[in-house]
Design a binder for this molecule. Structure first.
Ligand code: DC
Length: 221
């Protein structure tokens, strides 16, 4: 069984995906982390994103492995064998990742890897284009949203918990900017698959949303 959860930045989809995967005892694939790993590596190597050949070469040699620990609830990401998990949710990576993710060579290679990972079955795959492009034949699809204000509030709380300073209004602008890049790019833009269940998380707790999603899965299984 393949379950996809797509949605815009900070909509709560990765937290929800983690909880759903845990309840079902399924594998979890956070595809945003793969793009974040690519963006981080490009930043570390000072690669200018207009240099398409250099980016393509970087992705080719980039070995990203994802693992999820039920014990501490952390999705760990190793890049070329090094644990970079803590470096992936910084404001620097946030600001850079959407531009890296819209490069066609990057998407092609990432989508191929994501399909391979999903082949193991019993997976929850979370991202932007999973139900539409990566795994259009998935068994159950969800499209998770929340208002921009609520998403900025959540991302701010997340950053503050990690010791980063945040300005809610600035974050709101950043989120709108990322939404725009993600949903207007030519290749597999962020959009709801026709057969995805829409889930608006505004004003709801994560637990309420997980209950709603699990009820739909139970009905369809
Ligand atoms: O879900 P996230 O915020 O960690 O995603 C990081 C970026 O990666 C986001 O700006 C868009 C991109 N992304 C994508 O283009 N396609 C996906 N399937 C997942 C993420």
């Amino acid at each position: 069984m393949i379950i996809t959860i797509d949605g815009p930045a900070a909509s709560g989809k990765s937290t929800i995906a983690k909880k759903v995967a845990k309840k079902l005892n399924y594998h979890l694939i956070g595809t945003g982390l793969m793009y974040r790993a690519a963006a981080l590596q490009a930043l570390l190597e000072n690669i200018d994103i207009t240099q398409k050949d250099q980016i393509k070469e970087l992705i080719k040699r980039l070995q990203v492995s994802l693992s999820f620990s039920w014990e501490d609830g952390v999705e760990r990401v190793l890049v070329n064998g090094v644990d970079v998990t803590k470096k992936l949710s910084t404001p620097e990576v946030d600001a850079y990742v959407s531009d890296v993710a819209k490069i066609s060579d990057v998407r092609e290679m990432m989508v191929e890897r994501q399909r391979k990972l999903a082949k193991q079955g019993d997976v929850v795959v979370e991202g932007r284009d999973i139900g539409t492009v990566v795994l259009p034949d998935a068994d159950i699809k969800f499209y998770v949203t929340a208002s921009t204000k609520e998403r900025a509030r959540r991302r701010c709380a997340e950053l503050a918990a990690k010791g980063h300073i945040c300005d809610k209004q600035e974050l709101e602008q950043d989120i709108m900017k990322r939404d725009k890049i993600d949903s207007t790019r030519k290749l597999s833009p962020l959009s709801k698959a026709k057969d995805a269940y829409p889930i608006d998380t505004t004003g709801k707790t994560i637990e309420e949303v997980v209950i709603q999603i699990m009820a739909i899965i139970k009905e369809k299984k």
